[in-house]
Write a protein that binds this ligand. Structure first.
Ligand code: GLY
Ligand code: MN
Ligand code: MN
Length: 459
């Protein structure tokens, strides 16, 4: 943990809580959360502090809470137990932590119960903490329940701050992006010497760990890219395979990167792989070129759908007019997910609040197959960071479904499609900041062109 006083951190945190105070006129209490045990209490899963807490403290403290009221920051946490230094080393005490984060007051945890009146909160994921939240606030505070009343007001206020990244956040997000890019380059360079997926994953995560970061989600490194959130790494790598790697770094204070590249295990795309790769890249490039303030994110999604449908018509896989094909969801047979999501302290930023952050007030998710997985539906504003991640997948559960076969009998040239069997899954994902005039691709240092990718694999 970074434990030095920095005037810029203190300034950033002061500015965030002042802006919160301009939006709400009641106190907010935010908990950091605690560790979860594996099979016995002393052996715990890696700790990750709650993101709303991190936003206002900048430090991944455990078993702590803060009370934000009219721009003031009060820290509640206990000093380390006397025997803690033996097992965990010397830790700063409450007063030292308070100084680092610029807290106005620091008190033991037991005193928090005196300060809960009229306070709003946001549920933390771990059961020990949400039970404590519920007991102290004398109402159910549950992670899967939509917030109500002042909790809802607090959630909306925090969303409005976290949607638009300040300079402190952007400095961290750029660090996460830079390490994520290096991890992908290392993965490509390691592939021709690797026998199984796990070895490529290890090369990528090695870079992240060596930079004293963690992964911002469970890495996807697989020759079965059609399994969207594949968490298996045992498959052997064969020369004709594509490897899809969706891997992101997270900085020590919790800010995330999220990047996907797809490359040929043998160093050269086959002609069928290259044809499909170039369609996905065309969708990726067309969407990124349109990222600007005022643009509706859903329109970017629909643009990607149309570019993919057009490309598949040109290849002879789909038949018909691309717009009409998008209307009947034919593109979604191959591109079933959304074009991306918000990125920040969480890889799907603020998804602990359901769609409250992702969807503009008054909008709800469509139940249309091609739109139901769209995680973001807002007009873009300067300071938002979003991913752009189109893909093409051949998912047997979709393509072999009897209803799909009959519904799209005349739309898909099934026989021609069978020639593309060496393309299981391709995704290309970058992290794109909306700027005052246009955009800044934070992960642009990682090439996307097929020939550049081949060079990186064969380096
Ligand atoms: N890494 C998960 C995602 O791209 O949404
Ligand atoms: Mn993503
Ligand atoms: Mn991703």
């Amino acid at each position: 943990m970074i434990l030095k006083t920095s005037s810029s951190l203190i300034e950033t945190l002061r500015d965030r809580r002042q802006r919160l105070a301009n939006l709400i006129d009641f106190p907010a209490i935010l908990w950091s959360g605690t560790t979860s045990p594996r099979n016995f209490p002393a052996n715990v899963f890696p700790f990750r502090a709650n993101s709303h807490f991190l936003y206002f403290t900048g430090l991944p403290l455990r078993n702590a809470a803060i009370r934000l009221s009219a721009g003031k920051l009060e820290l509640f946490m206990d000093d380390p137990q006397p025997d803690s230094a033996l097992w965990h080393g010397e830790m700063p005490d409450r007063e030292e932590i308070a100084q680092i984060i610029g807290a106005d007051v620091a008190k033991p945890m037991a005193e928090l119960e005196l300060w809960t009146e009229e306070a709003a909160t946001i549920a933390v994921q771990d059961a020990a903490t949400w039970t404590q939240q519920s007991q102290l606030l004398n109402r159910w505070v549950l992670p899967l329940k939509s917030p109500q009343d002042i909790d809802l007001e607090l959630a909306k206020a925090i969303i409005s701050l976290r949607l638009i990244h300040d300079d402190g956040a952007l400095a961290e997000l750029r660090k996460a992006a830079a390490v994520t890019v290096e991890a992908h380059k290392a993965g490509m360079a390691a592939t021709t010497h690797a026998q199984i997926e796990a070895q490529v994953r290890a090369a990528m995560e090695q870079v992240i760990i060596a930079n004293n970061m963690t992964t911002s989600y469970n890495s996807i490194v697989t020759v079965h890219g059609e399994v969207l959130h594949n968490e298996q790494y045992h498959h052997s790598l064969q020369p004709g395979d594509l490897i899809l790697a969706d891997v992101g770094a997270e900085t020590e204070t919790g800010w995330a990167g999220d990047v996907t590249r797809t490359w040929p295990v043998g160093g050269k795309f086959s002609s069928t792989q290259r044809d499909i790769y170039d369609i996905v890249l065309a969708a990726h490039d067309a969407c990124i070129a349109k990222v600007s303030p005022g643009v509706e994110y859903q329109d970017l999604h629909l643009l990607a759908c149309t570019v993919i449908a057009e490309g598949l018509v040109n290849l002879g896989i789909l038949q018909g007019n691309p717009q009409d094909l998008v209307e009947i969801n034919a593109h979604a047979l191959f591109f079933p997910h959304g074009i991306g999501h918000l990125l920040g302290l969480d890889v799907h930023d603020m998804e602990d609040l359901g769609d409250l952050a992702g969807y503009e007030e008054g909008r709800t998710r469509s139940n249309h197959f091609g739109l139901s997985y769209l995680r973001l539906n807002r007009p873009l504003r300067p300071g938002m960071l979003v991913t752009i991640e189109p893909g093409f997948y051949q998912v047997p559960a979709i393509l072999n479904h009897a209803n799909v076969r009959s519904q799209y009998q005349d739309v898909v040239n099934w026989e021609h499609l069978s020639q593309f069997a060496d393309v299981r899954g391709i995704r290309i994902e970058d992290d794109v900041l909306v700027t005052q005039e246009s955009r800044d691709v934070l992960t642009a240092a990682l090439p996307t062109q097929a020939s550049q990718i081949e060079d990186l694999v064969c380096r």
